[in-house]
Design a protein around this ligand. Structure first.
Ligand SMILES: *Cc1c(COP(=O)(O)O)cnc(C)c1O
Length: 406
């Protein structure tokens, strides 16, 4: 768990992304943080070993608890979110499940939204009820319904904004207000927004969660997760994780550290391209609906404008020709991986029914407002015009769309 000294508040995020968690973790005069592949740490002085082991002195004991490379990653994400403390995990799902399990007890109640990430949704629908935790899932974006549920009693209000894959927006300030009325903790999955575009802690949120696998790492080559927030909460989550063992690997931590140095540049480019591509698709004859909070007619546009610095590199769209059109046009894209990940330097596309919501039945997807032909588009850092031309050629080869949706 990382709680080393904080950087000056006036330092910009771009500078923090490069310099936070660097100097104090370096060794041998190297200009980069070393990958410490060591399971344990040796002590010749048994009294010193004991003091470190019981937490009285700084140091490392065993890799499931702490590791210098992993700590450097924690320091970076902590600084980028403006948090008191941070801890890390083997995956984003581990960050979510461990953070929930740290605080929930049988008989407790969680209020959340229907559109959380597919895996998160499974925790709510399958695993928490098994532990006798009540879960109430509200319509995403229906603030009144969430407020009503929270006011009836709630231990954790769990949010994700923007959501995956239809990029719906929830008003964080408003949600924090109602959670405070009943003393509930507010967790926010900030994976889609990234700390470049949104810092939920600024609105009084208690805990921010990331799948570092996505934008933070940014190169689709390592899995990881993080939880950041108040020191007292992070201490408890760290303790749960060090015992239960979903520890981040030092090599993964290194990939995250390296990726995060370019986070602001990548996100800037992705946002610039996303609004142009989303606008292009909106006007295309083959495209039915486009979901992007940067578009003025998006229902969450005004809230997004208020709480986000930019609208992010993720959007989704459905096709007038239905799944058959998707089947034909997606493989024709040259500059896109057809894959389940997102937030990488490469543009990545996939149907929601194959990626984020593959665990759901068609009926469940329909109830979640996810059309079967919905394509999730994660904008990479390629040139915007090249991406536009690529979409244009792939869509041009489709037959005229039928008048009705399939
Ligand atoms: C991918 C993702 C997760 C899960 O992260 P993993 O690293 O794959 O475990 C959680 N939340 C969101 C929003 C995601 O996109």
């Amino acid at each position: 768990m990382n709680m080393t000294k904080e950087m000056n508040q006036d330092i910009q995020r771009s500078t923090k992304a490069v310099w936070a968690g660097e100097k104090e973790f370096r060794a041998f005069g190297a200009s980069q943080v070393p990958v410490v592949h060591s399971v344990a740490y040796t002590y010749d002085d048994l009294d010193h070993w004991y003091e470190v082991a019981i937490g009285n002195e700084k140091g490392h004991i065993y890799g499931r608890n702490t590791n210098p490379t992993v700590e450097s990653f924690e320091q970076k994400i902590k600084e980028l979110e403006g948090a008191e403390a941070a801890t890390s995990f083997s995956t984003g799902m581990a960050a979510i499940s461990n953070s929930l399990a740290t605080f929930l007890r049988p008989g407790d109640k969680v209020v959340s939204i229907k559109d959380t990430y597919g895996g998160t949704n499974k925790i709510f629908s399958e695993f928490l009820p098994q532990m006798n935790v009540e879960v109430r899932l509200c319509d995403t974006g229906n603030h009144e319904q969430i407020e009503e549920e929270v006011r009836q009693g709630c231990n954790i209000l769990y949010l994700e904004t923007p959501t995956n894959p239809t990029v719906k927006i929830t008003d964080l300030e408003r949600m924090v207000k109602v959670a405070k009325e009943v003393g509930a903790l507010v967790f926010v999955d900030n994976t889609f927004a990234t700390p470049i575009n949104q810092n939920p802690l600024e609105y009084g949120v208690d805990l921010v969660i990331h799948s570092a696998t996505k934008f933070l790492g940014g190169h689709a080559d390592a899995l990881g997760g993080a939880a950041v927030g108040r020191k007292d909460l992070i201490e408890k989550i760290y303790h749960y994780r060090e015992i239960n063992g979903a520890t981040m690997d030092p090599m993964a931590a290194y990939f995250m550290i390296r990726g995060m140095k370019t986070l602001h540049l990548r996100v800037k480019q992705q946002c610039e391209s996303a609004i142009k591509i989303a606008s292009f698709l909106k006007n295309h004859a083959q495209v039915d609906q486009v979901f992007y909070p940067g578009l003025e007619d998006h229902p969450g546009h005004d809230i997004a404008k208020k709480q986000m610095r930019n609208f992010g590199g993720m959007f989704s769209f459905s096709m007038k020709g239905g799944m058959e059109a998707v089947r034909q046009f997606l493989p024709r894209l040259e500059y896109a991986n057809r894959a389940a990940n997102l937030g990488s330097v490469e543009t990545t596309v996939g149907p929601a029914r194959t990626t984020s919501h593959v665990e759901n039945t068609p009926e469940e997807r329909a109830a979640l407002g996810i059309p079967e032909s919905l394509v999730r588009y994660s904008v990479g850092i390629e040139d915007t015009d090249d991406l536009l031309r690529d979409l244009e050629q792939a869509l041009a080869q489709l037959p005229e769309p039928a008048a009705t949706r399939i």
